[in-house]
Write a protein that binds this ligand. Structure first.
Ligand code: AMP
Length: 174
């Protein structure tokens, strides 16, 4: 069992959701119990000594490994959601997409200055979504922010969007 096995377990769907996109489908990794266990172990090893107090997952594929990792790290889990989904008072960030803009929200009282945050999503493409999530979390002034993905699409250079003081790591590079 290795990274190669994990990469093989990810299904690639050409031209989804629009022509030209190679969609990396992580559901085929998640449904394989050995792959799911291995991924969870690898992510735990990456962050076990960082003092993470809150894992923050981005809707919706960040809601799968996010809570799994949080329970292993003994941390809490906080969701970042699309507009209108969170019930209490929120703050939000908007960001440009290829066509139009998108917005992400977090509860205003979700984090505090004692928190060490691990932001998680399934995949880093252009980085716009995670960059906005990062700006959102910064506004709640945690001690430190780490950023994690299952997959980084290296050619898109999304990692370059992030400030040098933020550690951005992915389990797999494609
Ligand atoms: P981006 O903001 O460009 O980094 O896009 C990241 C978000 O879009 C993540 O939530 C991904 O789940 C999704 N995404 C973007 N490109 C792909 C892709 N090729 N395969 C699967 N998901 C993708």
């Amino acid at each position: 069992m290795s990274k190669e096995k994990l990469i093989e377990s990810i299904r690639c769907i050409p031209d989804f959701p629009i022509p030209g996109i190679q969609f990396r489908d992580v559901t085929t990794l998640f449904k394989d119990s050995e792959c799911l266990q291995l991924l969870s172990d690898m992510m735990y090893e990456m962050y076990k000594d960082k003092g993470i107090t809150q894992v923050v997952g981005i809707e919706s594929r960040g809601f799968i490994m996010g809570p799994i990792l949080a329970t292993r790290l003994g941390a809490g889990f906080v969701p970042i959601r699309k507009p209108g989904k969170l019930p209490a008072e929120t703050i939000e960030e908007s960001y440009d997409k290829e066509y139009g803009t998108d917005t992400v929200q977090i509860h205003k009282d979700a984090l505090n200055e004692n928190d060490v945050v691990l932001l998680h999503d399934d995949l880093l493409a252009t980085g716009g979504t995670m960059k906005a999530a990062c700006e959102l979390v910064k506004r709640l002034h945690p001690q430190k922010i780490y950023v994690n993905f299952i997959i980084e699409l290296k050619d898109l250079k999304g990692k370059e969007l992030f400030d040098k003081d933020i550690e951005v790591e992915s389990v797999l590079s494609l």
